[in-house]
Design a protein around this ligand. Sequence first.
Ligand code: HEC
Length: 113
Amino acid sequence: MKKLTAIAFASGLAVASGQAMAADADAGKKLYEQSCASCHGQKAQGQGMFPKLAGHSADETVQALTHYKNGDQDALKEMDANLGGSNFAIMAPNAAGLSEGDMENLGAYIESL
Ligand code: HEC
C-alpha cells in the first residue's frame, strides 16, 4: 500500500513538472519584449487603443492569438465585444507568425504579470 502511494505521488509530480515545461514564461517574456511591448506596454498594462493584457489567463491569451492568426473576427467579438473590429488589422499581423508554442509561452508570461 505504501509503495502504491509512492508511485502515484511520483507520477503526479511527473505530470506537474511536464506541464511546467510545456509553457516557458521566460521565453514568453523575451518574445513579449521584442514583439508586443511597443504597443501593449512594458508590463502589458495597455495604452490608448492597445488593450491591457496583464491578468489574462494563459488560455485566454492563446485563444485570442489563435483567432487573430486565423483571421476569425467573429470569435474575437464573442470573447469581447471591443475586439475584432476596426483595430483587428493592427493586431492580426503580430499573431500571424506565432507558433502554438510561442502562444503558450506568451500566455504563461502574461498570466504571471
Ligand atoms: C502594432 C501594435 C501591436 C503589437 C506589436 C501587438 N499588438 Fe496585440 N493588439 C493590438 C491592438 C490594436 C489590439 C486590439 C485589436 C482588436 O480590436 O481586435 C490588440 C489585441 C490583442 C489581444 C486581445 C486583447 C484582449 O483584450 O483580449 C491580445 C491577447 C494581444 N493583442 C496580444 C499581443 C501579443 C502577445 C503581441 C506580441 C506577439 C501583440 N499583441 C503585439 C496591437 C498590437
